[in-house]
Design a protein around this ligand. Structure first.
Ligand code: ATP
Length: 208
């Protein structure tokens, strides 16, 4: 069993996330990709985040019908800041013979050595670094900080550049602009029906 873990805020999930996940599934021959919405992304504490219930629901809609994709509420259930190393430790319990891949965007590589226990993360999982379009990660700096052998735990995956971000979607929703073709229609309808990101109902800090 080869399992990919894909963490994010997913506020909301969009085509960029789904194409990233599907590209990794295909390129790395993954049996499953687990979408792991963060309870409270430690890197995003500066802004309010939609409730865990809404973010989980949007991921459920987005992946419906794909037998390889799952959503996990592990980080949301744990509450508090979500540290990847804790998540991996929990998931690996009882699954020692499985291959784990932690999927991260190329833009997160520079930051990775400052995550909690990066060496332990690399022991628990292979880092699947996803390059968008022509972007390339700075693996020299990565190796300098974590040691050359850390590179043995890194694989690179290429995907096309998809210039969609959750920030832009939230802004568009707030301004009443079109959201079409940026995410699955079911996600779009969910966020519209529940008035997420509109000024009358700003994203809440509570994790619901
Ligand atoms: P925000 O705009 O709120 O920062 P986001 O759209 O970047 O959100 P996140 O939930 O923060 O979404 O992203 C989770 C992961 O998905 C990150 O590793 C990020 O690099 C990746 N990602 C986000 N948008 C894209 C995209 N358009 N193409 C490929 N990967 C993406």
């Amino acid at each position: 069993m080869r399992l990919g873990i894909f963490g994010g805020t997913f506020d909301p999930i969009h085509w960029g996330h789904l194409i990233l996940a599907e590209t990794c599934r295909e390129e790395l021959g993954l049996d499953e990709v687990w979408f792991m919405p963060a309870a409270l992304n430690p890197h995003k504490q500066g802004r309010s985040i939609s409730s865990a219930k809404d973010r989980l629901e949007m991921v459920r809609f987005a992946i419906a019908g794909n037998p390889h994709f799952r959503v996990s509420n592990l980080e949301i259930k744990r509450q508090g800041p979500s540290y990847t190393v804790d998540t991996l430790r929990t998931i690996r319990e009882g699954r020692l013979d499985e291959d784990f891949f932690l999927m991260i965007g190329q833009d997160s590589v520079a930051d990775f050595p400052r995550w909690k226990e990066p060496d332990e993360i690399l022991r628990l999982a292979t880092l699947a670094v996803v390059n968008r379009g022509r972007e390339r990660p700075d693996l020299d700096a990565f190796a300098k900080q974590l040691g050359e052998e850390a590179l043995d735990r890194v694989v690179e995956v290429e995907m096309p550049a998809i210039d969609i971000s959750a920030t832009d979607i939230r802004r568009r929703a707030q301004e009443g602009r079109s959201l079409r073709y940026r995410m699955p229609r079911s996600v779009e309808l969910y966020l519209l029906q529940n008035q997420l990101y509109t000024s009358e109902n700003p994203a809440e800090d509570s994790e619901g």
